[in-house]
Structure formats: C-alpha cells, structure tokens
Write a protein that binds this ligand. Structure first.
Ligand code: SF4
Length: 443
C-alpha cells in the first residue's frame, strides 16, 4: 500500500491503526510523510500541516445517504434522478472537478455522453499562467530540482505559505552538516543557507518560521506595483536600466541589487501563486518571471516554479489535454470538443447553463451559486449546501476512503493514494459511471 507502514493495536471496540508515509492529495505539493490514526471510521492526522489535518479528519459515524429534492433515497434512485436531469438539459456545465484521476476520467466520460462544458474550481491561476506558456513557453523546474539546486529563490507576490503550508520546507530544506540527512539538498552546498527574495507580499509568521534557516530579504510592494516591479527586474536582467521603470527610488535600488545577485546565482527560481493575484496582474507576473528566467539563462541557470495544484487541478488539466486535445474550459459531447475559455470558465458557463453538475470529492466545497436549473452534486459527505441540490450523491474522498491518483503541482509526477479506512460510499468514478450507464452509455 502506498500509505506506507501501518501499525495496529486493539483499543477495545475498534482496532486502532497508525498509518505512516501517507500521501496528501489536497494542495498539490504531494507531501508523502503524513501520519494518520484510524479507529473504526474515525480518522485523525498525527503528523500533517493544519490544512491536511482539517481535511483528513473524520468522525466515527456512518456516511450520509443520497438525497433527491432533500429526501433520502437509495444510490440507484439518485443515479436515475441525475440521469433524468442530464437527459432533459441542453446546456450543461460541469464545475468543481476536485477529484482523483479516476474520478475525473468518469466525469469526462459522462460529459462526453451528456454534452457539457468542463472547468475546475481552481483553474483561474492555471489560465493566467497558460497565457504566457501557450505563446512562448518557459523553463520550469520540478520540486526536486528546486530543493536540490536552487541557491536563490524569488517569490513574486503573496506568501505561498497560506495556500501551500509546507512549500518552503519542501522546496528549500534547511542546511544540514549531517551527511546522512536525506532531506538535505544534493547539488548545492548542504551546509549553506540559501537566499530568498520576497517581492511584494509580507511574509506570514509561518512563512518566516519556515524560512528561518535561510537568508531572506523582503522588498515591500503594494499589489498594484508587483507587475511593474517584476517586469523591471526582468528588464534589468536583460541589461536595461531600472530608471525607465518609473518605480520609487528605494524599490529600484533593491531590484538592482537583486538583479546583481541573480546574475551571480547558479540556479535561481522564480515562484508565484497566480490564483492569489488579480487575473491581469497574474498574467503579467508570469510573463515577467518567464522573461527574467530567459534573460538569466544566457549566463547561468534559472527556472520558474509556478505554484498551483489545489484539488488536482493539474490532473484535470492534463486529462483534458490527453482526452480532448484542449485544456479545461472546453465543451465536449458527441459532436466533438470546442475550447473557448471566455465561454466555458465556470462563471460564464453558468450564465448560459440550464444544469450544473458540481463535483468535489476532496473537500466539502458547496456548488457555485446557480438558479437557472437543476443542480446535481457529487460531493464530499460533509458538504453544507446553501441551497439543497436537486440530487446529492455523497462520494468517498480519494486518499481517505479509497485509492486513486493525483498530480503534483509541477506536473511531472502522478502520485498514488491509498484508502485509509473501508469505503462506505461510492467513489466519484463509480457514481459517474453509474449515471452514464443510466443515460444509456457504456458503463
Ligand atoms: S502542504 Fe499541502 S500536500 Fe503538504 S500536507 Fe499540507 S495540504 Fe498536504
């Protein structure tokens, strides 16, 4: 089992086990060193970040039943009701899409059978980055490359710690003089502190703690100045003068100093969380980071490491590319696929849709507001709905109730999840397959 070793002891009514090396599916960093206690149906994290602990926690209680129009029904009746709504609709939007690869495969099959647009709840940052990536490409690093090679990290924008709690710990392991320390970096001097420049946001207390082993410089900027400052830094690396950028003198001086350090670095990494920037700013920051890397790469090594990956959005994107030849925000159906990001981003799609199918297996996220037609929710058992969906089918959580796979945020590793406790709910893949069979497609 990929959840590593499990040890157990009898604690009276239910056997207690402690599972080690558990893989976390939530934020996209793919931490695989969690420790989790399972007793009966109760799950409690013993070693995890606060976000993972919150999302892994389960009480020892039975799962909720399926509901149709608020009334408990058997799974088969909910499936039949969902299929009936899908058959009667002409403009269907699939949203949420927080799922493992198997669940996404089932949803995409169902979308092709029913005809639907597809978008993930966390795709905003992804599309801001695709704006640059699709036009000119960039040089990107993997998480392992960052950890083992980066000697200067430039953080553009808000502290990543809020959305990716262990990012700094994973990307910049603390220096270590202990030769047997497996976490210490491989290709930089393992005893040296690394440099980190934070351009824009103020570090949180957690971010400061995580970066305490390194030399950190913060260049304070308001959010509106970030794109111009990032562009100015790229300009300086290309040999331009910062005086042309129209920035305040102290910021220009700090950027000039940083450009000098970048020129001397052996492997610089630029990172940012596009989802936490305004969409237009995010695209500009991504562009500036990629240009800075291209300029620095003429004389040294540098790479971008775009942050993102919540609820397997990377897997949803990859699977859409493989299956349809287009990224998310694509309409699929028996007639083929049509990619139109302006039309099929969730908010735009819902403005025209007559049915919303919301899928969220990894966390109890409620569907987006929608009043133009029925709502089908294939969701986390603990979801609280502001508006009762027409059909609710509670599904298991990958990595808690059943096995599955999710992509890490750097897109190079598809990670196996193991179930922690006996499944009592259908997986999202099973629910989607059952609805598709009820529609008359191949199960
Ligand atoms: S940092 Fe992310 S992947 Fe790591 S344990 Fe926390 S939520 Fe999970």
């Amino acid at each position: 089992m990929s959840a590593g070793a499990a040890s157990g002891q009898s604690d009276g009514a239910a056997r207690r086990t402690v599972q080690r090396d558990v893989l976390c599916p939530f934020c996209g960093l793919g931490c695989d060193d969690l420790e989790v206690e399972v007793q009966g149906r109760a799950v409690r994290a013993l070693r995890a970040c606060a976000e993972a602990a919150r999302l892994l926690a389960r009480a020892d209680e039975p799962p909720p039943p399926c509901r149709v129009e608020g009334r408990p029904v058997p799974f088969e009746a909910a499936v039949a009701a969902a299929a009936g709504h899908l058959s009667a609709s002409r403009a269907i939007a699939f949203a949420g899409l927080g799922a493992d690869m198997e669940g996404l495969g089932g949803l995409y099959d169902l979308a092709m059978a029913a005809g639907a647009s597809l978008d993930h709840a966390a795709s905003g940052g992804l599309f801001a980055n695709l704006d640059r990536l699709a036009r000119k490409g960039w040089i990107a690093a993997t998480l392992a490359e960052v950890a083992n090679r980066c000697d200067l990290m430039v953080v553009l924008g808000p502290d990543p710690t809020a959305a990716f709690p262990r990012f700094f710990e994973r990307a910049l392991p603390a220096p270590s003089a202990v030769a047997s320390d497996a976490a210490a970096p491989m290709f930089v001097d393992r005893t040296r502190r690394r440099r980190v420049a934070v351009l824009g946001g103020t570090l949180s207390a957690a971010g400061r703690r995580a970066l305490a082993p390194h030399d950190v410089a913060e260049i304070a900027l308001d959010g509106a100045t970030l794109p111009a400052a990032a562009s100015a830094l790229a300009l300086a690396l290309k040999g331009g003068t910062l005086g042309q950028a129209g920035l305040p003198g102290e910021i220009a001086a700090a950027l000039s100093e940083l450009a000098g350090l970048l020129a001397q670095s052996r492997y610089a990494v630029f990172t940012w969380d596009a989802a936490r920037l305004a969409p237009a700013d995010a695209a500009l920051v991504a562009e500036a980071a990629a240009e800075a890397v291209a300029a620095a790469s003429r004389t040294t090594r540098a790479a971008v490491f775009p942050l993102g990956g919540r609820d397997n959005v990377v897997g949803a994107h990859q699977l859409a590319l493989w299956r349809f030849g287009w990224p998310l925000r694509t309409q699929v159906g028996p007639g083929g696929a049509r990619h139109a990001p302006d039309l099929y981003a969730t908010r735009a799609a819902l403005a025209d849709a007559d049915l919303l199918l919301h899928a969220s297996a990894l966390r109890p996220d409620a569907p987006p507001a929608f009043a133009r037609g029925p709502v089908i929710a294939l969701g986390h058992a603990q979801t609280v709905f502001p508006r009762e969906p027409d059909v609710f089918i509670p599904v298991g959580t990958p990595g808690v109730d059943h096995a599955g796979h999710v992509f890490r945020m750097d897109q190079v590793v598809c990670l196996p999840l193991a179930g922690l406790r006996p499944a009592a709910l259908a997986s999202l893949a099973e629910a989607a397959r059952a609805i598709r069979a009820a529609l008359g497609g191949t199960p």
